[in-house]
Design a protein around this ligand. Sequence first.
Ligand code: SF4
Length: 451
Amino acid sequence: MIKTPYINPFSNDAKEIVSKLGQVENLDKRNESLINIVQHTRGQNLDDAHNLPETFKQLALSRFEWSLFRKSSEASQKKYEYLFNPDIYEYDVVSFYLLCQAVAIRYGPDSHETKQVLDCEEDIISQRLEILKSEPNDFQSSLLRKALNQLIDTNSIYWTDLKDVLDLGKLDINELLLSNGKVIIEYEDFIEEYGHLIHNRDPRTMYEVTAGVNIKSKLLLGLIRVYTKKYIRTVHEMSKRMVEPNPIILELADNIKEVQQKAQSLKYAGPGSSQYIDDKPVNYEFEAFPPCVRKCLNGIKSGGRNDAIVLFLTPFVSYSRLCPGIFARQEQNIKLSDVDPSLEITHNEIIPMIYEAAQSCSPPLFKDQPQEKVNINSKLGFGMHTELKLEHEGETQWYTPMSCEKIKLHMPELCTPSVDCKKIGNPITYYNRKRRLMKKDKNKQVNDDGN
Ligand code: SF4
């Protein structure tokens, strides 16, 4: 029997579990019942038994670890199967709230850590829903109905009620069945609205194709994210009035940081770090910029301003400052905040450099096309928004720098190759190679001067 807290930590049952928790000190004590569930989870790898969670706090950290490592071999070795055992729901709910409190109190609602906890919850619930797909459709649908109805009345939702969810960018309004502004979610509403139009087809199948489990799942994930964010913001505000936060929560916040750093070092431990192709922020070396970039930074005086600034310069300026070794990495699908968690470098150096180049165009790009600022944010991975905010990250991808071949094809006016352009296929490769050569020259100079 699957209980709603397993897929909705804001359900009434979940709140009851938390209210019955008792002493906070118990959060860091060995819990035999939790250990039993973890060890008896089907398929659980027990080779590394001493690393399995034995306390609420350890379980909270394990959830966070799974989310950060899930694409790496660590998670694929069935180390975290217990997270997908429905019997764990009571412990899971408490550990969810612990994680939220730790990031709310220590890092704040707009931090990178909060975003990672939001992603973590979405990933876990999403994976659970994926596993539930092996169950009959009716079962999934009624479980989702139960979970959703503790957040919103699924027989009476208007699209305007979903503004916060739609703003997340993961559920598109065009995916929703609307009737006079009302969102059709449940089967009985579907039949009432459209039943008379369906002939010679199975209405249930029609419902599943146009709404059904898929929309319910997306709605649930969106609402949980909105609720979690609100909860973290509330805890953060309340914590300002606290005399001293609970040391267990503070310790968990420190552990979160450690896991985050471990994940980063694993993620960025790629080949070539000794070859001057860094995968972490490095200061700009303007003398190493290729001719095309220099030309663009001086402003485009003819047509093609938009593509030059948005498609060509934005990826180059961002990657060359934050992760110039992007093409040497095995995993190239990274987020900008992985390398600039507070977005400080992005706001203080990258955006100003792009805007300055846009201003140098004739006519200045934003004068007649201010919407290009939104497109720049989009190419940095922050969706189609006027403001570049962490909460929108992931709605679009962080574009990698264009190859020389594409530049020559689509923006030939930018490419005026120098001798250093031989043997390279991308301006960022030019940049890395040139920096290496410049360093070598500098070392030689020092040695010569020393002799
Ligand atoms: S060859 Fe490549 S790096 Fe050199 S100017 Fe042309 S586009 Fe830029």
